[in-house]
Design a protein around this ligand. Structure first.
Ligand SMILES: Cc1cc2nc3c(=O)[nH]c(=O)nc-3n(C[C@H](O)[C@H](O)[C@H](O)COP(=O)(O)O)c2cc1C
Length: 136
């Protein structure tokens, strides 16, 4: 099974989360600045939220891909105020015609003192367990 991991991370949180996904999946994660080539079975996509929205680079990345070459997209992310960045990402990828897994992962992400320290070790452990359910 071929797996890839991409993220956009303004404050380093999604990058840290992507490392955990990568440890379980046995793949090195990269930011959305790294193009995806070839076909993949699972594409993990992660992002946080800034001023209420997921960064536009996620949409640009989705546009750069051929949905026929990606069997399944699995979304993960973190946020401080809104419930999750996942619905925004789901809309983007579904609009481009991707098969987006019903399962996704969200945890809290710090905004200054709000949810300070998140994603923390427990969040990352939860993500590890989630990734196992997808990959193993
Ligand atoms: C300056 C700043 C602005 C933020 N704005 C929002 C926001 O509008 N809504 C929200 O839910 N979370 C907000 N957050 C929380 C981030 O989404 C959270 O830290 C997330 O983990 C960032 O992920 P990233 O580092 O991968 O981009 C903000 C955080 C910071 C530091």
């Amino acid at each position: 099974m071929k797996t890839a991991i991409r993220y956009y991370s303004k404050f380093g949180h999604s990058a840290k989360m992507a490392e955990v996904v990568g440890e379980v999946a046995g793949v090195k994660p990269a930011s959305v600045d790294t193009p995806l080539t070839g076909e993949v079975d699972i594409l993990f996509i992660g992002a946080g939220v800034f001023l209420g929205t997921v960064n536009g680079r996620i949409k640009e990345f989705a546009r750069s891909l051929d949905p026929k070459k990606v069997k399944k997209v699995v979304l993960f992310g973190s946020s401080a105020l809104i419930k999750s960045p996942v619905p925004q990402m789901r809309t983007i990828f579904e609009e481009f015609g991707f098969n987006v897994a019903a399962e996704s992962f969200t945890c809290r992400g710090a905004m200054g003192p709000v949810h300070s320290g998140h994603p923390d070790a427990n969040d990352l452990q939860d993500l590890r367990e989630f990734t196992k359910t997808i990959c193993l």
